[in-house]
Design a protein around this ligand. Structure first.
Ligand code: NAD
Length: 260
């Protein structure tokens, strides 16, 4: 089967959490589609590969930069968005950086929950607000895409803290879509299922093993865990002109997890 071809050669795309995992795969696909890609992360070194994302894009002939960013810090997010101005300004803001906390409500550590709220909720809020303000200042409305989760809709055992943050991403997406629609800025989210990344240490192998052996609490209808490369197509679609009438929407990329 064929793959979608996209042309983002006029666009500058910021991907937070773009050093590793899903963000890395998304950044690389935008790079393949000729976008100028700004990878933002705490550290440029990937958790799951050798060569930093922006270097891979450049080595393939693309245009990419790395901007060290903590998405929980307003000033750093402002610097990030300003960095895009050198390339004409941010057209697509992908708020993807995330932090996982796993525990029952009885044992949930307050400090870990606070970090998850800071990164997953405050980080998405800042990325959305700063990018949208910049787009309006330049009079050049673009697209915002948040990485949500199956956890935005469904509870899972020992995930209450993480679920709460991703539930908030759902309403941040919808509320921002509503507020920004009159300005021509679209806001959507991609909701991945269980994707084999190093999001939780050792999860990559565990997720693959559990999903393929039916060992998850709920079986994945498509019979396997996802991999980062399963995700970018949804982001490219939402960023494209083909999605110009789509806002406040969630695209689930979860192997059918939510169908039953
Ligand atoms: P990952 O750990 O491979 O990538 C997350 C990236 O975010 C890392 O590079 C990390 O350094 C970066 N990051 C963390 N805190 C940051 C901060 N404060 N500022 C800037 N960057 C920061 O994990 P992943 O699985 O690729 O996760 C990406 C997104 O996908 C997250 O939002 C996560 O919640 C979401 N998600 C993942 C899964 C999954 O199964 N892996 C499922 C649903 C949703």
């Amino acid at each position: 089967m064929g793959r979608l071809r996209a042309d983002f050669s006029d666009d500058t795309v910021i991907v937070t959490g773009g050093a590793s995992g899903i963000g890395r795969a998304v950044a690389m696909r935008f790079g393949e589609a000729d976008a100028t890609v700004i990878v933002a992360d705490l550290d440029e070194e990937p958790k799951d590969a050798e060569v930093p994302t922006h270097e891979v894009i450049r080595e393939s002939g693309g245009s990419a930069e790395f901007v060290e960013t903590d998405v929980t810090e307003r000033e750093q997010v402002e610097t990030l968005v300003e960095a895009a101005r050198e390339f004409g300004g941010v057209d697509v803001m992908v708020n993807n950086a995330g932090f996982h906390v796993g525990a029952s409500i009885l044992d949930l550590d307050e400090a870990a929950l606070q970090t998850a709220l800071d990164v997953n909720v405050h980080g998405v809020f800042l990325g959305t607000q700063v990018a949208a303000q910049d787009m309006l200042e330049r009079d050049d409305p673009g697209v915002i895409i948040n990485t949500a989760s199956i956890s935005s809709n469904l509870a899972q055992y020992d995930q209450v803290g993480y679920d709460a943050t991703k539930g908030a991403v759902r309403m941040l997406t919808r509320g921002s879509a509503l507020d920004l629609a009159e300005h021509g800025i679209r806001v959507n989210a991609v909701a991945p299922g269980q994707i084999a990344t190093e999001f939780v240490e050792g999860w990559s192998e565990e997720a693959t093993e559990k999903a393929s052996s039916g060992g998850l609490i709920k079986p994945v209808p498509l019979g396997r865990a996802g991999v980062p490369d399963d995700l970018p197509g949804a982001y490219l679609y939402l960023a494209s002109e083909d999605a110009s009438y789509v806002t406040g929407e969630f695209v689930h990329v979860d192997g059918g997890w939510q169908v039953f």
